[in-house]
Ligand binder design. Structure first.
Ligand code: ADP
Length: 538
């Protein structure tokens, strides 16, 4: 007897773009070019251009599984690559344009990229390394700030010569669709391969109302770069829902972003804390300049969001919600939403919850383990390494590198030191490579930074380990003061007093112009340690 069962319908990106084209053909994709001009096309155009791109790439010799790289800002052509490349069965490899030529050489060689689609404005970056990558057969120029130089393949000319109708193959949902490298702050960068299935499941679970809700009524502005972990899934979520997309191109300064949000009536946006800290500072200086009444929520992630940021944007009527994720988790893992049973709670209580990294979205499991590998209780106190698993968590790196990042029972070790409370809320205390261990006890640099950034004169603060003759390590705070503001070491120490155990208090403060950052906008504490770790003598 036939037992009866559901269809084995593959979860592929093809369905997402076909759905957007079929049901939302006129919904717009807006892209700001470097000169400020706003380019507009629709989901129907995007579908047709993805078809032309697939034909053009096939003509250039791209076959199933081949890696096609992009070196590009956020714009409609990058979106076409996001879909056209995986839908033809090839693999999209987004190169991080902020990396050094040596790192890009390593990554492009490791991924064996065959073709690079490159913004004209980024050709100098490409030319600094591409000669050392023998697998690259063609460079295709996306002319954003002027015409394609003679002798080079031009993206628009290639597309114009092709038909928009491509007969998309039926793909195995478990086949690779994209590859992204982690920053590799320790050791070489590691490649993470996303599958059609992982990207689709991520888009579905991430779009739920308690995660990052996305509807066909939304206008999304992903400030997060498209080379950073799938642009946090926004291109996929937008196609799935039929949402409108606004791409900022290379201009990511607060003023340009606020202008774009106002002009295009953006409803939802996402970026790292630095982006929103800049926006907050500008709004504080010009509170009435922009009409942001369309904005429903901004997501902040990639690094800890200080409560002062969440509160500060709240004063301007803006809601910023913190999420945690990694390249290895597609990326969304947890998001900080107060639960319904907190509805009667005070603003301060809600802020305390919103300042955590939140609890897991469906199909992500979290746990944390102590130094002996024991799974720790969810008591909000015991610190341990966060481990995750789920259908959109990587199960290995390209080439089986970094195998020690997975436990024997198949969980991914995140390298984040956290507490988890009874409600499942994860709180990041540090990245394991940045932890401060004083006399055998962990001190949470993130907690100290958050408190310091609550001081009216402090724009940014990063707390890192200084070497200490007696305690091994002691905290040092690097502080950037707001323009025109003043604060002494004693003022800052006084501000922290009573908020933490005495042994958590920084031993020293250094006042700096800016905090060094990684290519994805995080505090680069290894640099701070290199510069200042030796300054403590007693
Ligand atoms: P990179 O190694 O380039 O920083 P990822 O973007 O994958 O690559 O970084 C993931 C890491 O970013 C996490 O392991 C965590 O340390 C940090 N992170 C992400 N979101 C948050 C957040 N909301 N709060 C604190 N740290 C975060």
């Amino acid at each position: 007897m036939n037992p009866g069962r559901m269809m084995d319908y593959p979860l592929t990106l093809t369905h997402l773009l076909e759905r957007a084209r079929r049901y939302f053909p006129r919904t717009e994709i807006v892209s700001r070019y470097p000169d400020g001009w706003l380019h507009r096309q629709t989901w129907a155009d995007t579908y047709a251009r993805a078809g032309r791109l697939a034909h053009a790439l096939r003509r250039l010799g791209v076959g199933p599984g081949d890696r096609v790289a992009t070196l590009a800002w956020n714009h409609h052509r990058h979106l076409e690559a996001y879909f056209g490349i995986p839908m033809m069965g090839a693999v999209l490899h987004t190169l991080n344009l902020r990396l050094h030529a040596n790192e890009l050489t390593y990554i492009a060689r490791h991924a064996e990229d065959s073709i690079v689609l490159c913004d004209r404005s980024l050709l100098p970056q490409l030319e600094a390394f591409v000669g050392n990558v023998p697998s690259v057969r063609h460079i295709v120029v996306m002319a954003d700030d002027g015409p394609t130089p003679a002798g080079k393949l031009d993206y628009e000319a290639l597309l114009a010569a092709e038909s928009p109708d491509y007969s998309w193959p039926t793909l195995d949902e478990r086949s690779a669709c994209a590859i992204c490298y982690t920053s590799g702050t320790t050791g070489n960068p590691k490649g993470v391969i996303y599958t059609h299935r992982s990207n689709v499941l991520h888009a579905l679970f991430t779009s739920l109302p308690d995660a990052v809700p996305v509807s066909q009524r939304d206008t999304l502005l992903p400030v997060v770069p498209m080379f950073h972990a799938n642009a946090w899934g926004y291109p996929h979520m937008a196609a799935n829902a039929g949402a409108r997309l606004v791409f900022p191109g290379p201009k990511l300064d607060p003023e340009s972003l606020l202008d774009l949000m106002e002009r295009e009536r953006v409803t939802r946006s996402a970026g790292v804390p630095t982006v929103w800290l800049g926006v907050l500072a500008l709004l504080d200086a010009n509170p009435k300049k922009w009409d942001l009444s369309s904005v429903r929520e901004m997501i902040v992630g990639g690094a800890a969001a200080p409560p002062a940021l969440i509160e500060g944007l709240g004063r301007h009527g803006l809601t910023v919600t913190q999420a945690w994720g990694m390249t290895e988790t597609n990326p969304l893992g947890t998001i900080a939403r107060p639960k319904a049973d907190m509805d009667g709670s005070s603003d301060a209580e809600r802020l305390a919850v919103r300042a955590t990294q939140g609890f897991a979205v469906p199909f992500v499991e979290t746990r944390h383990t102590g130094e002996d590998g024991d799974v720790l209780p969810w008591d909000g106190e015991r610190m341990g390494e966060l481990e995750v698993r789920g259908p959109f968590v990587a199960s290995s790196y390209v080439g089986d590198e970094g195998k020690d990042r997975w436990t024997a029972d198949g969980w991914f070790r995140t390298g984040d030191v956290v507490t988890i409370d009874a409600g499942g809320y994860v709180r990041i205390c540090d990245r394991s490579k940045d932890v401060i261990k004083s006399g055998g006890e962990w001190i949470s640099s993130v907690a100290l930074e958050n408190a310091l950034m609550g001081h009216a004169s402090v724009l940014e603060a990063a707390v890192f380990a200084g070497r200490h003759p007696k305690w091994d390590e002691r905290p040092i705070a690097a502080v950037v003061l707001r323009k025109g503001a003043a604060a002494t070491e004693a003022d800052l120490a006084k501000h922290l007093e009573g908020k933490f155990a005495k042994f958590w208090m920084p031993d020293a403060y250094v006042f700096v112009e800016q905090i060094p950052r990684t290519s994805t906008g995080k505090f680069l504490k290894s640099k701070l340690r290199e510069l200042y770790a030796g300054m403590l003598t007693k």
